[in-house]
Design a protein around this ligand. Structure first.
Ligand code: PMP
Length: 425
């Protein structure tokens, strides 16, 4: 309770109010694997994993060990005047996952990775404009906000950078923009975080080829989709795209330490770092700090050793197909989509829904309220944590740890079915 009161008094005054309004007024005291625990020791299945950062679940022992070790080693971190091995090793490990890209910049967040990508793309091409997608989310700093596709975030902060949005997946619209000859890059999430929107098959590859034909770059923002989330190490691999820049963050450190990385090519880095004068042209004090690098190396090691990406694909397929079966059973379910363990459950709003009388008021309510009500019931009846997402908050989004197994899939599906049954007569 103190957490809520203090937050309201000193920080964002709306957040505690909003959490209270949607029934999420709970303070957890501990997290382990895919579960959160409150002060009474009650377990909650966490299908959000800190917005995707806890790909290995909370407090994976190998990542924790690596952080203890790096502290115990008393490294000469952040001297600013040497070249340390840990960033080199993590960069090497990331480059090995992107065979056509071989250079890495480390910052402290996804947003910083995106900012670096925007700057490097503009510098490397000598062009000003970035094309992005409706509903895109790439961060909230002025640069990344300029390529944010939601007025709820942009409003009141203009004028922003001169950038242009196209509809997600609209290759013809992209071509129109590219033909103008001033586009530095097309920046895109391989699957959009907002509403878990999946583009038409082959979109990323086609977008990349088109961008290259017009002298522009393709930036794949893998902050949410990357590091195994979609059942490939990077989601762009699914359709064989060849982005010029890949941004990652979130799961890269297993959730322990803020970190972000921009992965690109020697050609682009050489343009930006073109002389001794430009050594620090783009940099960050804490970027490539030893804790972040050690956590990153440990995370990638666990991913490899415990076949976490394969698990994400296998368990994701199971969960998605079991949920997809329910689309035929419940009229109010419009769609189940996603890849790996990035899953969206979309609700439609037909007026003919045959609901239990206590739920019928929702039928005419604001779109999205229904999904929020299901999220609320999952939480309070079954102690399962999910969130709403999408343009009208009509999608329940699942981004659980990539390490979940059959037990969690069973628990989630049983809880979801129970809530859907409760909603129906
Ligand atoms: N890009 C994408 C695709 C994201 O999902 C996010 C975070 N939700 C960001 C960028 C921003 O990352 P961060 O919050 O770590 O700055």
């Amino acid at each position: 309770d103190d957490g809520y009161a203090l937050h309201a008094q000193y920080m964002n005054p709306q957040l505690p109010r909003m959490l209270h309004a949607i029934g999420f007024d709970k303070t957890y005291v501990r997290g382990q694997g895919a579960y959160l625990y409150d002060a009474q020791g009650t377990a909650y299945l966490d299908m959000l994993a800190g917005f995707g950062v806890y790909a290995l679940g909370r407090h994976h022992p190998v990542v924790r060990r690596a952080l203890h070790d790096v502290l115990d080693a008393e490294l000469s971190d952040l001297t600013q005047f040497d070249c340390a091995p840990l960033p080199g090793l993590l960069a090497q490990a990331l480059a090995a996952k992107t065979p056509h890209l071989d250079r890495v910049y480390f910052g402290n967040s996804g947003t910083e990775a995106v900012e670096a990508a925007l700057k490097f793309a503009r510098h490397a091409t000598g062009r000003p404009r970035i094309v992005y997608c409706d509903h895109a989310y790439h961060g909230l700093t002025v640069g990344s906000l300029s390529i944010n596709g939601a007025e709820e975030f942009r409003g009141g902060f203009g004028p922003l950078l001169p950038d242009t949005a196209i509809a997600y997946g609209d290759i013809a619209a992209l071509e129109v923009e590219l033909r103008r000859g001033d586009v530095a890059a097309f920046v895109v999430e391989p699957i959009q975080g907002k509403g878990v929107a999946v583009p038409p098959a082959g979109f990323l590859r086609a977008a990349g080829e088109l961008a290259h034909r017009h002298g522009a770059l393709l930036i794949a923002d893998e902050v949410q989709t990357g590091i195994g989330r979609t059942g490939d190490f990077f989601a762009y691999l699914d359709d064989g795209a060849a982005p010029d820049i890949v941004t990652v963050a979130k799961a890269l450190s297993g959730g322990y330490v803020p970190v972000g990385a921009m992965i690109s090519s020697t050609a682009i880095f050489e343009k930006v770092y073109s002389s001794m004068d430009r050594v620090l042209v783009h940099d960050s004090t804490f970027g490539s700090n030893a804790q972040a690098m050690a956590a990153g190396l440990a995370t990638l090691h666990v991913m490899e050793n415990e076949a976490v990406v394969d698990n994400a694909r296998k368990v994701g397929d199971q969960l998605r197909s079991r949920l997809a079966e329910l689309v035929d059973r419940y009229e109010m379910l419009a769609d189940v989509r996603g890849r790996g363990l990035m899953i969206g459950i979309e609700f439609g709003r037909p007026s003919s829904w045959k609901l239990r009388s206590s739920w019928t008021a929702l039928q005419s309510a604001r779109h999205g309220l229904f999904a929020q009500t299901i999220v609320h019931a999952l939480f309070h009846r079954h102690r399962v944590l999910t969130q709403v997402s999408g343009d009208n908050m009509e999608v329940i989004k699942l981004i659980p740890p990539l390490t979940i197994g059959e037990a969690e899939v069973d628990r989630f599906v049983a809880a979801f079915v129970d809530v859907m049954e409760e909603a129906h007569r």
